[in-house]
Design a binder for this molecule. Structure first.
Ligand SMILES: Nc1ncnc2c1ncn2[C@@H]1O[C@H](COP(=O)(O)OP(=O)(O)O)[C@@H](O)[C@H]1O
Ligand SMILES: [Mg+2]
Length: 331
């Protein structure tokens, strides 16, 4: 049973599927059928940043659009703030904000402030509150000084800040951010992440998608990994790390390894996974291990006859987990 109340979860998704049917080609129109979401289940608590992480084409935008009432699911149920996204759009829309990635959706020939005036009217912000609200969000995103310049003069990062300002103008309870730092230079991306973190302190629930694992790791206490339309993991960052069976990662590099050597590493105690890959002119073995206390020495002695052997260890990162879960076949 899905909860319907005002203090329940921010988001509850049950078995949501979405199929896209389209036609391809010009003369011989061929039907293509894409199952973008293949039965997604998800619960997101209020008042935090929840991260939906997944590679391109995983279905992140599709799910974000369904949750923000822009797209209907083919089947399944989705509640946001306890209300059905397909039936209660009038109740939901004033309470949610949506920021889709990219440069679309702003009027370039007018100022940032005028863009916000336009959207404030569209969202039904009372005229008496409009200028104050706009001043407040401009300050919030750090665009006060640039507010009266035409947005065509804005950098990519400034445009993204304006998008976020637009997304919070009507004081939504929940904010959907679809790949908020895509295409930004590192400094703007950092500023945007800082801004996102600051929004949570106001009690806004944020649902954020990204294909950058470090971004999810930095921003999201809890996250889910979406791969080919399915949630393949849902946990905290630390929880995900233990999911792959090793908190530490050992990398061994040499000019080449025998299959038998790779096999023997898999049988060492405490080793849960060994992946071999080309690494420039060398070969690299990546091992997930519970502890490195004895493992490094054991790896060295299992790989004799490689004078050039380099072995190092590091903490297993979310990126490692992510690759283990979604990009296994790519290795
Ligand atoms: N309007 C559409 N028509 C046909 N296929 C679509 C449409 N939107 C998305 N898809 C397909 O659905 C899958 C998921 O897309 P999307 O949700 O955009 O993934 P992501 O945002 O994770 O990159 C992809 O295979 C994509 O090509
Ligand atoms: Mg997308």
């Amino acid at each position: 049973m899905l909860t319907r109340s005002n203090d329940g979860p921010a988001i509850e998704v049950r078995d949501v599927r979405r199929v896209f049917e389209s036609r391809k080609g010009f003369l011989f129109r061929e039907r293509t059928r894409t199952e973008a979401l293949k039965g997604v289940d998800l619960t997101v608590e209020r008042g935090s940043i929840f991260g939906l992480l997944g590679p391109n084409g995983a279905g992140k935008t599709t799910l974000t659009k369904i949750l923000s009432t822009l797209l209907l699911p083919t089947s399944g149920t989705a509640l946001v703030l306890g209300h059905d996204v397909t039936k209660e759009t009038d109740w939901l829309r004033p309470r949610m904000g949506l920021v889709l990635g990219g440069e679309r959706g702003l009027y370039n020939r007018i100022s940032g402030r005028d863009n916000l005036r336009y959207f404030a009217d569209l969202y039904g912000v009372p005229l008496t509150e409009r200028e104050g609200r706009i001043r407040e969000v401009l300050e919030r995103v750090g665009l006060t000084d640039a507010a009266d310049r035409r947005t065509e003069e804005y950098s990519r990062g400034m445009k993204q800040k304006l998008h976020i300002a637009r997304g919070i103008l009507h004081r939504p309870e929940i904010l959907f951010l679809d790949e908020p730092t895509i295409g930004l230079d590192p400094k703007s991306a950092r500023e945007t992440r800082k801004l996102i973190r600051s929004l949570v302190t106001d009690g806004v629930t944020i649902f954020l998608t990204t294909h950058y694992m470090f971004e999810a790791e930095e921003l999201c206490p809890k996250l889910a990994i979406l791969s080919k339309g399915r949630i393949v993991a849902r946990d905290t960052v630390d929880g995900l790390r233990t999911l792959v069976g090793g908190d530490r990662t050992i990398e061994a590099e040499a000019y080449g390894f025998e299959d038998a050597e790779v096999e023997s590493l898999k049988h060492l105690p405490g080793v849960s996974k060994v992946v071999a890959e080309e690494f420039g002119p060398s070969m690299r073995l990546t091992l997930r291990v519970r502890t490195t206390e004895t493992a490094i020495a054991e790896v060295r002695s299992a790989l004799p006859g490689h004078p050039e052997l380099a072995v190092r260890d590091r903490r297993t990162s979310l990126e490692d987990v992510y690759l283990d879960l979604v990009e296994e076949e790519a290795r």
